[in-house]
Design a binder for this molecule. Sequence first.
Ligand code: HEC
Length: 122
Amino acid sequence: MNKKTLFLAGIFLVMAFSSCYYDVEDELYPSSSCDTSNVTYSQSVEPVLKNYCYSCHSTSMASGSVVLDNYQSVKQVAADGRLLGSINHESGYIAMPQDQNKLSNCDIRKIAIWINEGMQNN
Ligand code: HEC
């Protein structure tokens, strides 16, 4: 084996091992990429709504009379079940965000936790 072959073999091994390592890590810690240890309105809920919902659900652009750009309004829509129903694509609710991909499981889980913990303004 010449030096170049060794070098390429080395790179191949490193790549093979690093991808294995990620696979194993994913199986061992399936939720490692979704940190739900400290869910709050300002850190976990508001940023998601801002990214995916404000464009159609702000005070000045309230599609379906649903406003999501302030805590009080979000709390109302969450309390009557429509927030979670719509982002979970449950039957009986209009699937949101409209005409876009479903939110990530992690984002949905955080919003569900926030609701379960009493929808605090934190
Ligand atoms: C592209 C525009 C658009 C986006 C983005 C969007 N919505 Fe909507 N949303 C609408 C429209 C339009 C309606 C009213 C639909 C109707 O009444 O037929 C609606 C209705 C709703 C309703 C009422 C559903 C029901 O079953 O009564 C909720 C709750 C809602 N949206 C939440 C959200 C959330 C949460 C997001 C972000 C994750 C979001 N929407 C993103 C356009 C949008």
